[in-house]
Design a protein around this ligand. Structure first.
Ligand code: ZN
Ligand code: CA
Length: 377
């Protein structure tokens, strides 16, 4: 029932529109036209006024065609790509789609978006039974789930849903993720001429080096990680550096372990600053909270039943990465993430197979069928 050529064509059309975060307007306009042409009820929210950028989240609804208690669900994917795809050339080898290596492909997340749309087309064409289905296509996911946090999902009448935005295998689902905290650190030393008066200076770079060298980083535990990811500072080679800025993060499926790790990192920055007579300013943000969805909830049951009906594993996974599902769960709408066919994302080797695109559309269709069945239980 899934039309592979139509699906692959749509996937390519979506990938070929350049849409880095906050510059998704052209892609959103294309998505809007596509969904309107299908006869869906389509609207945009006003996310851009909240997060900046030139585009809003796109929302579409296919109203239920059955009577009785069928849960209202959503499928979600994001428009933005982690980097621009200007000049993208799509190549196909052995049924797998790649870029020519000069850019990313943008399968993250068009490999989620295109199959979700194809599934709706198949439902319409074959008049398949379904409850209310929403499509939530977000902007600015790659820069901190900004679109999803701005999206007022609580105002939609939706029971649960699926974010199509992680790696394979298709038919596996992320039900548990990490809490993710970010530290923004500024070390204030004291400038001085490096040749004439070094003893009058306090080197912010030395303070940073001391702190970071004492820090536990990398894999802290089986489900806990930490990283110092960005550092910048100093003004000239002959000046004792007065300022260093550092970005660091910690993640864990256990929020208490995030707290411990953050406390440890803050302590090392403060101790190093004291040792050298510098001061340190630290901003601590909870980037997003983790979630854990129980196996026996409708959102998980419908997904696992659908996967098994199609001979897929239905495996339930944990990840330390974030997705729009973190935002939707935080707002109270049970959401899990579907594995898609996208591989090597965020690299120029990113690729996805035709087979996985088709299987994602089939999986969405089967999830819809399972929601109708669950309504009849
Ligand atoms: Zn993504
Ligand atoms: Ca991504």
């Amino acid at each position: 029932m899934v039309n592979e050529e139509r699906l692959v064509t749509l996937f390519k059309e979506l990938c070929l529109i350049n849409a880095p975060a906050l510059v998704e307007a052209e892609s959103v306009a294309f998505g809007r036209k596509t969904l309107e042409t299908m006869g869906l009820e389509v609207w945009e929210d006003n996310a851009s006024s909240e997060i900046g950028g030139n585009a809003n989240n796109l929302i579409a609804k296919l109203a239920s065609n059955v009577s009785g208690q069928v849960p209202s669900i959503f499928f979600s994917a994001h428009f933005d790509t982690v980097e621009p795809t200007e000049g993208l050339v799509i190549q196909e080898r052995d049924g797998v789609l790649y870029s020519d290596g000069n850019t990313i492909l943008g399968a993250d997340d068009k490999a989620g978006m295109a199959p979700a749309i194809e599934a709706i087309r198949v439902i319409q064409e074959n008049d398949l039974p379904h409850g209310d289905i929403f499509l939530l296509f977000s902007v600015a996911e790659e820069i901190g789930l900004k679109g999803a946090f701005a999206l007022k999902i609580e105002e939609l009448d939706v029971d649960f849903g699926y974010v199509l935005d992680t790696g394979p295998p298709v038919g596996s689902f992320v039900v548990r993720t990490a809490t993710h905290d970010v530290l923004e650190v500024t070390i204030h030393g004291k400038p001085a001429h490096a040749g004439k008066d070094p003893e009058k200076g306090v080197s912010a770079i030395q303070v940073a080096a001391e702190a970071i060298s004492k820090m536990k980083l990398g894999r802290i535990g089986p489900e806990t990680t930490a990283n110092v990811g960005l550092i910048s500072g100093g003004s000239a080679n002959n000046v004792v550096p007065a300022e260093v800025k550092i970005m660091a993060e910690a993640r864990s499926t256990d929020p208490a372990e995030v707290d411990d790790q953050i406390e440890h990192m803050v302590m090392e920055f403060e101790a190093a600053a004291r040792k050298f007579g510098a001061t340190v300013e630290i901003r601590h943000d909870r980037h997003y909270g983790g979630y854990q969805i129980a196996d026996d909830t409708p959102v998980v049951r419908c997904a696992v039943n659908a996967a098994k009906a199609l001979g897929m594993s239905g495996e339930l996974r944990t990840t330390l990465g974030g997705s729009d599902a973190n935002a939707f769960n935080q707002k109270g709408t049970p959401t899990i993430v579907m594995g898609t066919g996208m591989e090597q994302i965020h690299t120029h080797d990113e690729h996805v197979s035709r087979k996985d695109l088709v299987n994602m559309a089939r999986l969405c269709l089967e999830v819809v069928a399972q929601t109708v069945l669950s309504g009849r239980d």
